[in-house]
Write a protein that binds this ligand. Structure first.
Ligand SMILES: [Zn+2]
Length: 102
């Protein structure tokens, strides 16, 4: 429960940090779970080679429950945001329908 208590927000009309694009929070399709238990790529320095080291403390069980119900997780992005979940059933359905390469 410590990962889900004190969510940081759902609907907020705003842009994605560092961009001019509207955040999915602007359309009330996203939730940020507990900030104090999450990791955000902008919070850390890049490596000497410019790479971004992935960090995460959100249990995979929480991620799987959201994904089972049509949400995507910001922890799967290169520019990760592990508190962020977004309701995008159309993306989840497209990924499931995509034929697997062998
Ligand atoms: Zn968010």
């Amino acid at each position: 429960m410590k990962y889900l208590n004190y969510p940081a927000g759902t609907f907020v009309w705003r842009t994605i940090a560092g961009t001019k694009s509207l955040s999915s929070h602007s359309f009330a399709i996203a939730i940020d779970i507990n900030v104090s238990q999450s990791d955000y790529w902008r919070s850390y320095k890049k490596g000497k080679d410019g790479s971004i080291k992935f960090r995460n403390s959100i249990p995979v069980e929480i991620v799987h429950i959201f994904e089972k119900h049509g949400w995507i997780w910001g922890g799967r992005w290169y520019h990760y945001d592990t508190m962020h979940f977004e309701y995008r059933p159309e993306i989840v359905a497209a990924v499931k329908a995509k034929p697997k390469k062998e």
